[in-house]
Design a protein around this ligand. Structure first.
Ligand code: MF3
Ligand code: CO
Ligand code: CO
Length: 260
């Protein structure tokens, strides 16, 4: 028995978790405005998740103190929501939501713009999203796992940005982080994708160099060179024909099901 291959009944539950995680990102959009604190956004997400009979997986995860991660500008990931952090015009904001519903996890994030932002910010976010989308176009049962990282890194480098190496996507199911690790850069992984695998792809893309550093709070990760960073994350199901985006949002310009 391969624990990476989900049963039909598990896939049905993960579709439900995925839809809820996507709904959190759809719901929070209108609140991401100048003068709002990241703690307020965290609390709105927390309450919405609880009202939907689910649990915010980040809260208490290895001691993480809040319900979602909110990463602004040069914060790469794992930003801790705070009442001291007030959003201002021009900020780019990643909100990373992981829910547990009926014991199954779903994990997704996207970028939000606070008012009008710079051309560089918009291009960086676009490239981060496209790097995720291009990787979805090569996924199906039988494809080597390493194609995902190769596709993402090739695309991002062509655009003149860099891929963070320290964090990767992950299998997901009844736990937050499962096998396999999904690297977003060129690698020599021998695994072949199989129908029924569910994992995240979550490239973190920097406008400058790829190096990152963790702050003294033990969580907040920033770019070493203080350049902007952007990330998009989806939870994906591998099928015989392509892949399904379990965390697909209605406003996305791509379809939820890929035939590759
Ligand atoms: N959601 C993140 C991921 O994509 C993990 C956040 S862990 C936390 O894997 F503790 F910082 F919340
Ligand atoms: Co993840
Ligand atoms: Co996440």
């Amino acid at each position: 028995m391969n624990h990476m291959i989900k049963k039909k009944s598990e896939i049905e539950k993960m579709r439900i978790s995925g839809k809820l995680a996507a709904k959190v990102l759809e719901m929070i959009e209108k609140y991401v405005q100048p003068d709002v604190s990241t703690e307020e956004l965290n609390n709105i997400c927390h309450n919405f998740i609880m009202q939907n009979n689910a649990i915010p997986a980040c809260l208490g995860y290895h001691g993480f103190p809040k319900s979602v991660c909110i990463s602004v500008n040069d914060v790469v990931c794992h930003g801790i929501p705070s009442k001291k952090q007030i959003l201002k015009v021009g900020d780019i904001v990643n909100i990373d939501v992981t829910v547990i519903k009926d014991n199954y996890y779903a994990d997704t994030s996207k970028m939000f713009f606070v008012g009008e932002t710079s051309i560089l910010s918009k291009r960086l976010c676009k490239v981060a999203q496209e790097s995720l989308y291009t990787s979805l176009k090569i996924i199906k049962s039988g494809v080597p796992l390493l194609k995902i990282g190769e596709t993402i890194e090739n695309y991002v480098e062509k655009q003149g940005f860099s891929v963070v190496k320290e964090y990767c996507g992950h299998g997901i199911g009844t736990s937050f982080h499962e096998e396999p690790h999904i690297l977003h850069y060129k690698n020599k992984n021998k695994m072949i994708l199989e129908k029924g695998m569910i994992f995240t792809i979550e490239p973190m893309i920097n406008a400058g160099k790829s190096e990152v550093k963790c702050m003294k709070d033990g969580w907040t990760v920033k770019t070493k060179d203080h350049s902007l960073s952007a990330q998009y994350e989806h939870t994906i199901l591998v099928t015989n024909y392509g892949c399904d985006i379990l965390t697909w949002q209605k406003k996305e310009k791509i379809l939820p099901s890929f035939i590759n």
